[in-house]
Design a protein around this ligand. Structure first.
Ligand code: COA
Length: 567
């Protein structure tokens, strides 16, 4: 079926649906919802049989929904209406939530219902619930709705508030006042809930050291406590603030009035104010533990839950130290776990943007990632596995490929390309890794396509070695089983021997250092050359400058159009 996605942006949910519906055999094209005329033009060009709106911030114009079935994905249970569905669900401590696929009509979120899917709520940030539970439920509900539409005889059900199963209600746009933290009164759970309900956007507005700041990336501190509201410690990029009955770590802040008005690590934004605050080293019990190591049955599991998967120079260095320590352990397999939401998205573009010299910081950051990638590739003492619990993008994909094996679960989406970031050449030894694992033809295809891919395609392309588990829980269980089987299997020694042999042969034919030099030569031009494309693209990304047109890689209906017809 020809399906047009009308969407505010090509976000994680849209990417996952794009991957899934294409795998189901549909012809999917995407148009960003920039204005009514552009949307209408896309409809005329593509002549879709069905329109799906995975992520919209405005209503679909009547000129479209009157003539085409438009299925809107609403991140709420049946009957829920309004633009702050998940925010309210978290704040109101809903036990279960859902996704409803409804047909656009003249009233927002009130159209006839084609399908829905529900899930138990998890204590996590809004963005995390969106990227995980909501996305999985949306895939289920949209697939069902599309199948029903294709069947031709399904009658969608009108929204009926008298129906006992319709639990949702219309809710207004949430305001900052709905989640203002009262540091004297709120307990830790309440503080976390308020922060999480607004994380990733817009963040909870708060005051610290006389500054008005939005706060993000919160986790509970198990042991420290202090006078409610006071900042009592710092650790890595995070600060620790006491609550009435404990304390929370806050990893990221945004000061809309500052020179760099975007999210930054808390200790970066408040460097001067935090000088006198005691710094603590995380241990098993306390601290902001972005990096964690666990060991079981000769398998080491290295977790690195970096906010948004972004890895700054300091974080790469810290991770490299932790990895080196993991290598020194008497284990057989090291599993690089990444974080629960992202495995890695490469260099930390916000930290780079805020640096005195963005070019210098880019250089430091890419070298720090390369140092880490080199250590992984060069590991001959262990079999290494990258376990993708969440998505990976750009350098993060190739960093994963530096491991001997890449495993993921069914819902993982990879973006194995750099070019969208102002034609960035990319490093992380991708010029070695991609032909080595994908072969020259697939390597060329991956680099050219600039499209997200699911694990099925990534596996066919050599980017992923195995995918398993219907959901994350099953993935984790099977992951441990597989890692232990790898460590104790009869082929362990020969596998390690083969790896050593392969590495020696590859090194003799072209040393790793040469790949790095060649890649960094090109990156130097991206960072310091005459063409400012990378700096412009990074600025637009960090400042979230809205796209003025849909990239032709995904707006397939515009590809054969002459330039004048594509605006
Ligand atoms: N540095 C800093 N922040 C990053 C980041 C990075 N490398 N990658 C993602 N983020 C942030 C986004 O700004 C966004 O922030 P928010 O919480 O304020 O909304 C959040 O992570 C989620 O990213 P988003 O783009 O909304 O996620 P997505 O799932 O829709 O898209 C990617 C995933 C990987 C395609 C996209 O984030 C991307 O292109 N990232 C940049 C990758 C890159 O070029 N890295 C540098 C080269 S190695």
């Amino acid at each position: 079926m020809r399906i047009l996605f009308l969407t505010h942006s090509f976000n994680s949910l849209t990417q996952r649906l794009f991957v899934e519906l294409r795998e189901q055999g549909h012809d999917v094209s995407v148009e960003f919802d920039i204005n009514d005329a552009v949307a209408l033009e896309a409809v005329q060009l593509f002549q879709p049989e069905l329109i799906v709106a995975p992520f919209l911030k405005r209503a679909i114009p009547p000129s479209i929904w009157r003539h085409h079935v438009c299925l809107v994905v609403h991140p709420g249970i049946r009957g829920d209406r309004g633009p702050s569905a998940l925010d309210w669900a978290i704040l109101n401590q809903e036990d279960s939530w859902g996704v409803t696929v409804l047909q656009a009509n003249g009233e927002l979120d009130a159209g006839d219902i084609w399908a829905w899917s529900e899930f138990p709520m998890r204590q996590a940030s809004k963005a995390s619930v969106y990227r995980n539970e909501v996305t999985t439920a949306a895939v289920e509900a949209v697939s069902e709705a599309v199948a029903r539409f294709a069947g031709g005889d399904f009658q969608p059900k009108p929204l009926d508030y008298a129906h006992p199963e319709v639990r949702g209600r219309p809710r207004p746009l949430i305001q900052q006042s709905d989640r203002t933290i009262d540091w004297q009164q709120d307990d830790t759970d309440t503080v976390l809930r308020k922060i999480r309900s607004a994380d990733g956007a817009p963040g909870v507005l708060d005051h610290l050291f006389g500054r008005e700041l939005f706060i993000y990336d919160a986790r509970p501190e198990p042991t420290l406590c202090g006078k409610a509201g006071e900042v009592i410690a710092r650790c890595g990029g995070a600060l620790c603030r006491a609550t009435r009955d404990g304390a929370v770590w806050i990893g990221h802040l945004r000061d809309r009035q500052a020179a760099h008005p975007f999210k930054l690590p808390a200790t970066r934004l408040l460097a001067a104010e935090l000088e006198a605050v005691p710094e603590i080293v995380p241990d098993g019990n306390t601290g902001n533990r972005e990096i964690r190591y666990q060991e079981r049955d000769q398998v080491g599991y290295l977790h690195f839950a970096f906010y948004n998967g972004a890895m700054s120079t300091a974080q790469c260095e810290e991770l490299r130290r932790a990895y080196a320590e993991a290598r020194r352990r008497d284990t057989r397999v090291i599993v690089l776990m990444g974080g629960p939401d992202f495995w890695s998205n490469g260099m930390h573009l916000n930290v780079i943007e805020a640096a005195d010299s963005a070019a210098d910081e880019s250089w430091l950051n890419i070298n720090a990632i390369d140092d880490l990638a080199a250590e992984i590739i060069d590991t001959t003492s262990h079999i290494t596995v990258a376990a993708l619990h969440g998505n990976a993008g750009a350098g993060g994909v190739f960093l994963a490929r530096a491991a001997d094996l890449v495993w993921g679960h069914h819902g993982v989406v990879l973006n194995p390309h750099y070019k969208d970031m102002g034609n960035l050449f990319g490093s992380e030894y991708w010029t070695y890794l991609l032909p080595r694992y994908a072969g020259d033809a697939s390597a060329e295809q991956i680099a050219r396509a600039r499209l997200p891919m699911g694990v099925r395609e990534a596996s066919a392309m050599g980017l992923v070695d195995a995918w398993f588990g219907r959901n994350k829980e099953e993935f984790e269980r099977l992951l441990v089983e597989r890692a232990e089987a790898l460590a104790h299997g009869p082929r362990y020694a020969s596998r390690l021997e083969e790896k050593l042999h392969r590495r020696r042969t590859d090194e003799a034919s072209k040393p790793l250092s040469r790949y790095r030099e060649e890649e960094l030569e090109k990156m130097k031009l991206n960072f310091y050359g005459f063409d400012p494309s990378y700096h412009v693209a990074r600025y637009n990304f960090v400042y979230k400058v809205p796209k003025s047109r849909t990239p032709l890689t995904i707006a397939r209906h515009r590809r054969s159009q002459p330039a004048a017809a594509t605006r």
